[in-house]
Design a protein around this ligand. Structure first.
Ligand code: 5RP
Length: 238
């Protein structure tokens, strides 16, 4: 399938687990890995399936540029070299999951708190291939709480700004304390937003003082989505 409209044929509950759908899209993404070229690698449970699959062809690639400490550790444990993003001028492909993806290839990301590095690695890539199970497909972004990486001293002000837009903002916690990202910052999650114009929204929020990265990926959108459904992996091209 190459159309980006209505990829989900049936509302009937999937007999295939979400974990299995993630495995299938992770394996399907191998098709986009270019032999002899470094691959950009995202973060999350779906990407973990991709990393496991990538290990089976690791002799064909020089290595990967990783978007998080967690992915780096998994890549290295499987014998896949990890290169510094600064050592790379361009990547053929970046493969990552999403918390939401729409029919333009616009995404919400950052459920795993790695959004800043994900955006950096995505910006190096000629092509963003999103791997996702069908639960991530939405008509309008905003159902999933929007992650925003923020400097700790700015969190209260950024939360007030989101509340002025009609959102409900909270600082993400881990074991009772604010979660600290790989970059030493905090995450504000915003519920209740309907993001009708992702490009404009991303541009606007990125200018707020103290915002490191907003989890809307509109400039760094996906060109391809491999969507796991009970009837197979659908290839959506945007
Ligand atoms: C991490 C991300 C992930 O790609 C997103 O949260 C999806 O994760 P999963 O594959 O575990 O559902 O943006 O920051």
């Amino acid at each position: 399938m190459t159309s980006a409209t209505s990829p989900i044929a049936s509302p009937i509950a999937s007999p295939i687990s979400q974990d299995e759908l993630k495995t299938r899209v992770g394996q399907a993404a191998l098709t986009y890995v270019v032999p002899g070229q470094i691959v950009g690698v995202g973060t999350g449970s779906t990407v973990n399936k991709f990393i496991d699959a990538l290990a089976t062809i690791k002799d064909q690639i020089p290595g990967a540029v990783s978007s998080s400490v967690a992915s780096t550790e998994r890549l290295l444990a499987l014998g896949i070299p990890v290169l510094d993003a600064n050592a790379v001028t361009e990547l053929a492909v970046y493969i990552d999951g999403a918390d939401e993806i729409d029919h333009h290839g616009f995404m919400v990301k950052g459920g795993g708190a790695a959004l800043t590095s994900e955006k950096i690695v995505a910006s190096l890539a000629k092509q963003f291939v999103c791997i996702a199970d069908e639960s991530k497909w939405v008509s309008t972004l905003g159902e999933f709480p929007l992650p925003v990486e923020v400097l700790p001293m700015a969190t209260a002000q950024v939360m007030r700004q989101f509340e002025a837009l009609g959102g409900q903002a909270s600082v993400r916690l881990k074991e009772g304390a604010p979660l600290v990202t790989d970059n030493g910052q905090h995450i504000v999650d915003v519920r209740g937003l309907k993001i009708e114009d992702p490009l404009d929204f991303e541009r606007e929020v990125n200018q707020w003082a103290g915002v490191v990265t907003v989890g809307v990926f509109a400039r760094q959108k996906a060109q391809v989505c491999l969507l796991g459904t009970p009837s197979g992996v659908k290839t959506l091209v945007f």
